[in-house]
Design a protein around this ligand. Sequence first.
Ligand SMILES: C[S@@+](CC[C@H](N)C(=O)[O-])C[C@H]1O[C@@H](n2cnc3c(N)ncnc32)[C@H](O)[C@@H]1O
Length: 233
Amino acid sequence: MSVGQQAPAERIRQMFDQVAAGYDARNRFFSADRDRAWRHRAAQRAGLRPGQTALDLCTGTGKLAHELLAFTGPSGRVIGVDFSPAMLEIARRREPGIEFRLGDVMKLSESDASVDAITIGFGLRNLVDREAALREMFRVLRPGGRLVILEFAPPQRGLLMRAYRFYLSRVMPAVAGLRDRGEASAYRYLAETVQAFPQPHALARQLEGIGFSVSVERMTLGIVALHVAQRRG
Ligand SMILES: C[S@@+](CC[C@H](N)C(=O)[O-])C[C@H]1O[C@@H](n2cnc3c(N)ncnc32)[C@H](O)[C@@H]1O
């Protein structure tokens, strides 16, 4: 199955259900354990204070949601949203202190301007209508609240980036496929969607057009970008 960027949401959901069991271990392996630091940095940049409310969208197994808890404290609230039941089952087992909700992030049940911060880690790339999703996030975020987007950036030019492109599109699917053919196609999907995703400056412009003030941070040789977008009004 090659899912492709515009694949219907249901096929994407099925794919994440299929790969949920080994998801965390493979992330750790393929990122050489950098994924933990990436999520920690994203949580830090959400600017949360004790007692506040945060949404972690496309929460998966809940690792970024878990990082947020350190900032909201026991008096605050962290809600993780994902449409894959298999991912959420792992998240709930791991973190009973977080409310994990099965749902589509394209249509959030929160009321307008009710949330202090939103994070989305490696999720935006999977959403079939990015503009509509970002507008929905803007709607539920309070003025001054932050949306933090952690995502792979498409490889740029240069020798090192050519090597990275090869790693992403050939090595990762081949290695993942040694265990399971479904996993090979999930990693081909990853490579396709990373390469089709906008460059950080283009995503920043899109966010500004919606009404955010944006700063961008690149991590790990620029393969991962962190957009910190503050709702203006
Ligand atoms: C690559 S995983 C990222 C998981 C996690 N945030 C992390 O940092 O590892 C993407 C997640 O987005 C979820 N997802 C994709 N589209 C979604 C949608 N429209 N609504 C809810 N969840 C969605 C998938 O089920 C999957 O768990």
